[in-house]
Design a protein around this ligand. Structure first.
Ligand SMILES: Nc1ncnc2c1ncn2[C@@H]1O[C@H](COP(=O)(O)OP(=O)(O)OP(=O)(O)O)[C@@H](O)[C@H]1O
Ligand SMILES: [Mg+2]
Length: 502
């Protein structure tokens, strides 16, 4: 066995339309290591990996795989060189089965060149057995949850005999137990000699599974070191370029609960997932919504925003019963929802950043004057500044922004409607640590202005940092309602979410 690194990238340069995205980046992946790649939104992580994946060409620099110089002109080249990638955005086809997806684009062909489904199913089953994952290769992908989509992507890379696996924010949409399962799998793959590049914004994950870390900032490498030599604080400092102090610290806030709540649910029922939900959200309050996947959190937000029909119970806005006939009527009462699935529900990817930012405002304006260009540009510019969205020009498609910056566009676009009630489903998923603290500060500032904010998050640290009260949802109803001041630590909240009463 040679001791050459699995991957060596030297002096990588990349510009898009004259804007430098990567400058002189060196990156080395040793054989059998898990190497974390960290950096702020737009730092260039995905771009560096897309170069390694043959999606983007490089302007300068060289790549060696197992010590041999390679030219990766296409995904096909990269695949042949043993590079597999689990994309930040899935590249799967929902209407096909798991096995068909695993062999997508390279189906094993039987007699007459027809896709040999049986061979694909058998091979997929073997791969899942090696992965120690229990999943039926014949299941239709659309019927499965996010965690299984991801496992399918990993199986797809393994089917292609990848020796290097790139995982770009794989846990962004996973629940805690799914994340644990994924980490177990990463450990097993490493033990089998795979080399893994792991992109994440979550410090705890990086510490848990990586051997070394490389941090990019503004397209440059700022550090590569073993995890044992860096604390989370030091890593964060490298990522943001300055110290962040007490960012996730909770402080007590006092909301005035004497008047009518901004939003109130009384025994709300909707579909099969929202069974009996009651709560109140007062002006100036931040209420956290905790619960396991499947507890009904996302479904609840959908009926609060008029997306799904309410089947029973009552919904009141500023003390008056309302019946939403769709998001439009919710928007008219000054409610905004920042959805969890931002790519699907939040953005029109081929439209410009500016158009996306102005979209909900156009929807809110039934008649009246249309926004003229100059006013539109000013409003969009203000939002871009407020959320520090990193872009070359707001007239270019949203699709070209980095993942985290796309998230910010969705948040910004709803802030632009100046809502009284903000429902935020996983507001910081996919955003970097610097932005995360900015978003948390922003949520507090909005509440201080008298808005009511309902925050859903799977990250306990985040809920604990920002909430005044926390509702624990279980099986479609509010199982516990806890004052933030009465929750001593994360463990207590975790137990409440699991349904174990302390
Ligand atoms: N195809 C493209 N055309 C133009 N600009 C692009 C393109 N792809 C990426 N960029 C720009 O390159 C920069 C780096 O983006 P990249 O997606 O690599 O960031 P990232 O580090 O992965 O960020 P995130 O944490 O938000 O996913 C961003 O400013 C982005 O807008
Ligand atoms: Mg990215």
């Amino acid at each position: 066995m040679s001791v050459e690194p699995a991957v060596e990238m030297r002096g990588i340069e990349k510009s898009f339309n004259g804007v430098a995205v990567l400058t002189g980046v060196d990156f080395e992946l040793r054989r059998g290591e898990v190497h974390a790649l960290a950096g702020g939104n737009g730092a260039g992580k995905s771009t560096l990996m897309k170069i390694l994946q043959g999606v983007h060409s490089l302007d300068a620099g060289e790549i060696r795989i197992d010590g041999r110089p390679v030219s990766l002109a296409s995904i096909h080249d990269a695949r042949a060189a043993g590079i597999g990638m689990v994309f930040q955005e899935f590249s799967l086809v929902p209407t096909l089965t798991v096995a068909q997806n695993v062999f997508l684009g390279r189906e094993p062909h039987g007699r007459g060149g027809l896709l040999d489904d049986r061979a694909a199913v058998a091979r997929t089953r073997e791969i899942f057995a090696e992965m120690e994952v229990d999943l039926d290769p014949r299941a239709e992908l659309a019927s499965l949850g996010t965690a299984y989509w991801q496992l399918t992507e990993i199986a797809k890379a393994l089917a292609q005999e990848a020796t290097v696996l790139i995982m770009d924010e794989p846990t962004a949409a996973l629940a805690k137990h799914e994340t644990d399962a994924l980490f177990g799998l990463v450990g097993r793959l490493r033990a089998r000699g795979l080399s893994i590049i792991y992109i994440s914004h979550r410090m705890d994950e990086i510490h848990r599974i990586s051997d070394r870390i490389t941090v990019l900032r503004d397209g440059m490498r700022v550090v590569t070191a073993p995890l044992s030599e860096l604390t989370s604080e030091q890593i964060i400092e490298h990522i943001v370029g300055r110290r962040l102090e007490g960012a996730m610290q909770w402080h007590e806030r006092r909301a005035d609960r004497s008047g009518a709540p901004l939003l109130e649910a009384r025994n709300l029922r909707a579909g099969s997932r929202v069974r009996d939900v009651s709560f109140q959200l007062y002006p100036g309050e931040i209420v956290g919504l905790a619960g396991l996947m499947g507890s009904g959190r996302t479904e609840l937000t959908r009926c609060l925003f008029g997306v799904d029909r309410v089947d029973g119970g009552e919904l009141l806005v500023r003390g008056k019963p309302v019946q939403f006939r769709g998001p439009r009527s919710a928007i008219a009462t000054k409610i905004a929802l920042i959805p969890e699935d931002r790519r699907a529900q939040g953005l029109v990817l081929d439209h410009s950043v500016r158009d996306n930012l102005l979209l909900p405002q156009l929807a809110g304006m039934r008649r009246g004057p249309l926004l003229d260009d100059r006013a539109g540009a000013a409003i969009a510019g203000g939002l871009i500044d407020k959320l520090r969205i990193k872009l070359a020009s707001d007239t270019r498609p949203v699709r070209l922004l980095s993942g985290g910056n796309q998230q910010k566009v969705v948040i910004a676009k709803w802030l632009g409607t100046d809502p009284d009630v903000l429902i935020m489903d996983e507001p910081t998923a996919g955003v970097d640590i610097g932005t995360k603290t900015e978003i948390i500060d922003m949520i507090r500032a909005l509440a201080d202005e008298g808005k009511g904010v309902l925050v859903i998050s799977s990250e306990m640290t985040e809920l604990l940092a920002v909430s005044d009260r926390i509702l624990v949802l279980r099986h479609g109803s509010v199982d516990r309602e806890l004052d933030r001041a009465d929750i001593p630590d994360e463990e207590t909240l975790q137990l409440a979410v699991q349904g174990v009463a302390p």
